[in-house]
Write a protein that binds this ligand. Structure first.
Ligand code: 13P
Ligand code: SF4
Length: 313
């Protein structure tokens, strides 16, 4: 019987993983084949904890660049490779470090406490006081000093949701995720009308108009927990399409319906989908591309990341 090329590819990846003493970490939005071969699949928070805990020599990070960078910030002496170094993020692009630095210099008198959503560069992490993810944002904001104004970067939608959750006032950087803002009140109402008994789960990067239609607004990992606990058979999942693979594996009995946009039956993040099994094999084989960071930036970024991991426990 002929062996299929996909099987060869998977065998190569597993062999290289062993030879390199590597761990494969994957975000919930990765293609199914990558999720299935990974050692751990999760949200940004879970992935940061896994990266912190690992004793592997090499971390092969299947997600987007800022996530692999986070693993490197926490592991300066490990080799961190990623399948495609061009896998960026529209939120990261919305808040370049030089712009944030200039803004903080211009508003020095405000003495901002800066909270950065993890979807940002190491340069931005180095400029802020603490990091948060969608999985812990209200918890982190609640621990911010009461006597300083908060600047929240870069996602204005997530920031608005956190204000609603915590009652804390925050100045918001006006960035957004190009994928999640594609969901509209009309597109989600339409699918709700088709499945009137369905529960709706939405990521906090969605606009308020969409969040208002959701039964639960949460991080990707918490979506898995919600589906496990829910008694509803039909669940509308308003986030990137890779999430459905992860939830379906964990709760096969549920009927998952992708949240549609105005033009598409589901939403894909073009950056997350740049990663393939071929590129994963290549990065393990060549140990390239690697994440490299100036030590000064890494060390400063580590302070805000460790503060988050500590405050998030
Ligand atoms: P999570 O941390 O909830 O997985 O979100 C990451 C992300 O990029 C959402 O677009
Ligand atoms: Fe960035 Fe949005 Fe893609 Fe998440 S889905 S990685 S926030 S562009």
């Amino acid at each position: 019987m002929a062996i299929s090329p996909v099987l060869d590819l998977k065998e190569d990846i597993l062999r290289l993983k062993k030879e390199r003493n590597a761990v494969i970490l994957a975000h919930n939005y990765q293609i199914g084949a990558i999720q299935d071969i990974a050692d751990y699949v999760g949200d940004s928070l879970g992935l940061a904890y896994r990266a912190q805990e690992t004793d592997a020599d090499v971390i092969a990070f299947c997600g987007v660049h800022f996530m692999a960078e986070t693993a490197k910030i926490l592991n300066p002496n490990k080799t961190v490779v990623l399948p495609d170094k061009d896998a960026g993020c529209s939120l990261e692009q919305a808040c370049p470090a030089d712009k944030l630095e200039a803004y903080l210099a211009e508003h020095k008198d405000r003495n901002y406490y800066v909270i950065a959503y993890i979807n940002c560069s190491a340069g931005v992490k180095a400029l802020c006081d603490v990091i948060c993810t969608s999985g812990n944002a209200p918890k982190i904001v609640n621990q911010a000093p009461k006597d300083r104004p908060i600047l929240f970067v870069p996602d204005a939608n997530l920031g608005q949701w956190v204000i609603e959750q915590t009652g804390r006032k925050m100045d918001l950087w006006q960035g957004s995720c190009y994928v999640h803002v594609e969901f509209t009140r009309e597109s989600i109402q339409k699918i709700k009308d088709e499945y009137p008994d369905a529960k709706v789960i939405a990521h906090p990067e969605c606009t308020k108009a969409v969040r208002l239609l959701a039964d639960e607004v949460c991080s990707t990992e918490k979506m898995v927990h919600f589906c496990r606990e829910s008694t509803s058979e039909n669940i509308i999942v308003v986030t990137e399409s890779g999430m459905l693979h992860r939830i379906q594996k964990e709760v096969p009995e549920k009927n998952l319906i992708p949240g549609p946009t105005d033009h598409c039956a589901c939403a894909d993040c073009r950056y997350m989908k740049m990663n393939t099994l071929e590129k994963l094999r290549a990065c393990l084989e060549n140990l390239s591309p690697q994440v490299e960071l100036p030590e000064e930036v890494r060390a400063k970024a580590e302070i805000s990341l460790l503060r988050m991991l500590e405050q998030s426990k």
